[in-house]
Write a protein that binds this ligand. Structure first.
Ligand code: FAD
Length: 378
């Protein structure tokens, strides 16, 4: 088949690699001229790692990334709200703090090594014709969507920046601090990305989109003071210039119309509260390739519906408790969080959700974890 993939982000190159390996003639179109390894860290879940393993890219990414064993969230008044260790779900299990540059470089190098042509600086604004299959992996801001798709910007987004962490102060833990629901500061160990010789930690600060002008007017020093008020001793003067990333909520179904398939954020962008977007994009790519190999492209949407649906629902439901203008939600959150952690069934559900495995309140993705365990054992 002749295949056009729109977007050299996360899902696009993964889909291109899987499809090229099946012998299809794949071309990638990327809007950015000379795309490079930029961005902050993201949390790769066991599910996303399983996909990278199938692409043969996991070991290279592991070498440059930071193992995350635990997710811990505390309030400014010292109450623990989240404390989840991957190993409580299964011994040896972990997440990975991956700098976007590391992931991008691994995927891009593999794309070049596979001889897949990348048409850079080409913004695809109408569906490409002359292809047997078109994969839209153009992210949350994609302009290519089927009729009926709903794209809603969240009122909130995040400022992100990087700090060198030569002493490993943030090793092993994705940590967050909350001041009710209106301030959230997060630290994600992100390994040593291309172009760096020191491990980096990514810092995230949630902020309303409409507060950005006021944030700029206050200046960087005022923001550094806000950070220090939540986490004293952060080396704020070593931060790289911050960048703002808005969140989007995209709803569409099915994800496939004829020979056009939407994957990743283009199909189902969501708030990153649960750290799943890149993982979902990778699993989309793998599932799409499986459907193509089996000659069952028409099954793609149904195969992805439950997994994507669970995380879209859970992200919409949880985000207001952590990033919203409703501080009234904080006291009940803080009150019930630890009793819920102590309830074994609920704790397991939270861990499975974190690990990217849930397909519904009572169901999970079993086969992927087996793949991941094999990879990690090696
Ligand atoms: C602050 C923040 C934190 C996050 N943290 C996590 C996390 O911890 N874990 C996680 O899994 N996910 C996280 N995410 C989500 C994750 O970044 C996305 O879900 C993921 O990048 C989606 O991948 P994608 O391939 O669908 O799209 P993208 O990575 O956005 O790639 C889309 C590509 O398409 C290109 N493109 C766009 N339009 C066109 C066009 N018209 N023509 C050609 N090319 C085009 C773009 O330039 C881009 O290269 C986070 C997101 C944010 C904002």
């Amino acid at each position: 088949m002749r295949v056009a993939v729109v977007g050299l982000g996360t899902g696009g190159p993964a889909a291109a690699l899987f499809l090229a390996r099946q012998g299809h003639e794949v071309e990638i179109f990327e809007r950015v001229t000379d795309p490079g390894p930029v961005g902050a860290g993201l949390l790769l879940q066991p599910t996303g790692m399983a996909v990278l393993d199938r692409l043969g890219l996991l070991e290279g990414v592991l070498a440059r990334s930071a193992r995350v064993d635990r997710l811990r969230g505390v309030t400014t008044y010292g109450r623990t709200v989240i404390d989840l260790a991957y190993s409580d779900l299964r011994p040896g299990l972990f997440g990975l703090g991956v700098h976007r540059g590391t992931l991008f470089q691994a995927l891009e190098d593999a794309v070049h090594a596979a001889g897949i042509p990348v048409r850079e600086g080409v913004s695809v604004d109408t569906l490409p014709s002359g292809y047997d299959l078109v994969v839209i992996a153009a992210g949350a801001r994609s302009t290519l969507r089927p009729p009926g798709a709903v794209v809603r910007p969240y009122p909130w987004g995040a400022l992100w920046t990087s700090i060198p962490d030569p002493t490993g102060r943030w090793d092993g833990v994705l940590s967050q601090v909350y001041r009710d629901t209106r301030q959230m500061l997060g630290f994600l160990p992100s390994g040593t990305p291309p172009g760096h010789s020191t491990p980096q930690v990514s810092l995230f600060w949630s902020i309303r989109t409409d507060a950005m002008d006021a944030w700029r007017a206050r200046g960087l020093d005022a923001w550094k003071a806000d950070i220090l008020a939540l986490a004293p001793d952060v080396p704020v003067d070593a931060m790289t210039p911050p960048t703002f990333a808005p969140y989007f909520d995209v709803r569409m179904y099915p994800y496939q119309h004829g020979n056009v398939v939407w994957i990743g954020d283009a199909a189902h962008a969501m708030s990153p509260q649960l750290g799943q977007g890149a993982n979902l994009a990778l699993i989309d790519a793998m599932t799409l390739a499986d459907c193509v190999a089996e000659g069952r492209l028409d099954e793609y949407s149904a195969r992805r519906r439950d997994h994507v649906g669970f995380y879209a629902w859970a992200s919409r439901w949880l985000t207001p408790f952590f990033q919203s203008s409703f501080p009234v939600l904080a006291p009940p959150r803080d009150l019930v969080a630890m009793p819920l952690h102590a309830w074994p069934w609920y704790r397991r559900q939270m861990l499975a959700s974190l690990a990217g495995m849930k397909t519904g309140i009572f169901s999970e993705l079993p086969p992927l974890l087996t793949v991941q365990e094999t990879a990690l054992a090696r």
